[in-house]
Structure formats: C-alpha cells, structure tokens
Write a protein that binds this ligand. Structure first.
Ligand code: PNS
Length: 169
C-alpha cells in the first residue's frame, strides 16, 4: 500500500527549511502532498496561487510530491487524499506547544491519521517564513534561505509595497 503523507502549512513563502522536511519525509513516505491551507491567525503576503507556484517551481525534480491548495479542515483533506499521516517540521522548543495543540486537535477530529514530526535540519533551525519576511522587508539578504524565485518575488513585493505595509505573521 502506498504511504501518503500530507505536509500542510501556510508556506508564505516556502523556505529551504520546508524543502528539507519534504526531502527527508520522502524517506518515510511514497508520496507527499504539500497542502497550502488557511491559517486564520495569519495575514498573508502572497496569495494562494503565488504560494503554489513557488512550491511547484521548487519541487519540480520531485515526482513523488504534489502541491495543492485546500480551503477547509486538514483532517478532511487528508482523508479525501487517502493519507495516513500529517507531516510537520519541528524547530526549537518554542514550536512545541503550538504543534502539540494542533496534533492533538487533529487526532481528536480523526483518530485514523497520525501526525509525524521531523526535526528541522540544524542549518534551518532559526529560519521561518515570518523572520525571513521581516529581514527581506528591510532589505536583508535572504538568498541562502529561500529558493531563487522566492528571493526575487520577496524583493519585488517589498519594493512595491514599501516597508510600512509589511506583514510578517
Ligand atoms: O504554516 P502554518 O501556518 O503553521 O500551518 C498551519 C495550518 C495551515 C496547517 C493550520 O492552520 C491548518 O491546518 N489549517 C486548516 C484548518 C485546520 O484543519 N486546522 C487544524 C485544526 S484546529
């Protein structure tokens, strides 16, 4: 039986930290579906279509990885796709409470789907989409933390928006 995992997130935008989790997740799963879902606590810099293009562009050498967007409950989507697991990356201890809460809620909503955590690679331990956006917004060089297309679009977006319109959630 094919082992399918959903790798859900906001991906606003995708970083090398996300790509590292996906690559390592492929050791455990036959197929990974990267799902761009809605997190109501966040304000997004890039729209869903843009985020999907960034992911697709970064993952074109991985035929076992699909990228989709879904507007609804993660566990419903996982069930619909025949996935047995939700894959998430864990960075420092600061991620733990949020991830724990989400994993337990998802388990309460659907006991058939397991959440699997991979520790983020040491190189990416301090990176997050939010901190990268904050650096990029003030002109910081983030080119070694995000794929080239994302780097280009961050520069474009922030020079068009101006620093006062910044959103880094
Ligand atoms: O990258 P993020 O923002 O930390 O990812 C969070 C995300 C999008 C995975 C989460 O908010 C989510 O699953 N949203 C869809 C709605 C849902 O099913 N929430 C979990 C149960 S409360």
């Amino acid at each position: 039986m094919k082992r399918i995992a959903i790798y859900p997130g906001s991906f606003d935008p995708v970083t090398y930290g996300h790509l590292d989790i996906i690559e390592r997740g492929l050791v455990l799963f036959d197929q990974i579906i990267v799902a761009i879902l809605y997190n109501p606590t966040k304000q997004y810099l890039f729209n869903v279509e843009e985020r999907q293009i960034f992911l697709q562009n970064s993952l074109q050498n991985f035929p076992q990885v699909e990228v989709e967007a879904y507007n609804g409950l993660l566990v419903d989507y996982a069930e619909k796709k025949g996935a047995s697991a939700i894959l998430r990356g864990m960075r420092a201890v600061s991620d733990f409470e949020y991830e724990f809460q989400m994993a337990l809620m998802n388990r309460k909503l659907n006991r058939e789907i397991q959440t699997v955590f991979l520790m983020t690679g040491l190189r990416w331990i301090f990176t997050s989409s939010s901190i990268i956006k904050q650096a990029a917004c003030f002109g910081g060089d983030v080119s070694d933390m995000v794929p080239p297309l994302v780097n280009e679009k961050l520069r474009e977006r922030y020079s068009a928006l101006g620093r006062d319109k910044i959103s880094v959630t």
